[in-house]
Design a protein around this ligand. Sequence first.
Ligand code: SF4
Ligand code: SF4
Length: 412
Amino acid sequence: MSDKVEAVKKLFTSKSSRVETNKGDTYYQELFAKCEARLNEMRSNTPANKLDFTELLEENGIDRREFMKWASATTAMLMLPPMFTPLVADAAVMMNRAPVIWLELQDCAGNSEALLRADGPKIDEIVLDIISLEFHETLQAASGFQAEKQLEEAMEHFKGKYLLFVEGSIPMGMDGQYGTIGAAGETFHDHLVRCAENAAAVVAVGACATFGGIPAAAPNPTGAVGVMDVVKNKPLINIPACPANPANMVGVILHYVLTGQVPELDSLLRPKFAFGYRIHDNCERRAHFDAGEYVEEWGDVGAQNNFCLYKMGCKGPMTFNNCSIVRYNEAVNWPIGVGRGCIGCSEPDFWDKYAYERPMADAKIKAPTGGVEKTVDEFGLGMLTAAGIGIAIHAAASTVAGKRENSGENHE
Ligand code: SF4
Ligand code: SF4
């Protein structure tokens, strides 16, 4: 695991230092002081549960050195300079002071599964284990009226302080009657609005809660929408993907514990620390793309040699997510690593727009790189030298990245 932590740290450190060069020392000194004050305030709060982070680390055979390596990598992931590492470590220990209420609406529970992760817990998992999960109707023992009472009590007790995590889309068709909850038949819409009212912030988790996901795919029979179409008056963070990566859930909660604020977001309300990177730019098969080496059909020589999956429909060139860096399942692997192209699950309307096993030109998708990928398909590889493709892609990508940074405009 240490090697993986080191690799993640190296990648994030190089990226965060590049992204944050416009923020000077004074900015970080002021932020550091604010974070210290925030943590002192958190320290005086009574933990909402009795789970002790340090004991859990020991029980799972994780020593202080390994924990500090994780804190260092997480600091880099959050785009903070190394001086924040001790504060991130302190924030992790105090995660049991961050009350979380979790709603499940129109969904498959895949994000709850990601939250649970039954296998040997590592540090990200332990952090998620100790957060004060005050209500989660699928995971908790209580049901029926008892569960409703638990939710009411949690919302009252932690009024204005809880993070409301929402999994699943909201069906708006038939006056919301496609999805109701509780004995009174409250619609998902009304339930969400009521629970969001006294939340400190709302976190939409997964493709469905962020942009409607598969329930919103054409013809969208239930009129499914994402949380941001319903909740308008609260700080809102989108953590898309199918499922959302637990590392990004940890990052958002840690950032909140540390600063009391939501992290810096892109125009789709996604945290920049997680969605500021394009899959294509951190892909282990990128050298093959630049060299014009593609898988042409499943099982061919290219597939056996881990060539680029672009011609098999990979949408990495237009998808922003950090799964190419943090990966899944304890960083063991990720879809492209096992030979499956990206289907853009962290982008709006991904099911209709991106989930084709066909190259982008066939799928009539305009690449944000100005259509260079389309040229590859239409003219064939013989017409374009590998260097030419690489230079054009990098130049176009830099222009797009520059535009995004300067104007904050949507890359879609
Ligand atoms: S097209 Fe897909 S597989 Fe090929 S380099 Fe880009 S992200 Fe990786
Ligand atoms: S590789 Fe693409 S489809 Fe797969 S998890 Fe990452 S963003 Fe989603």
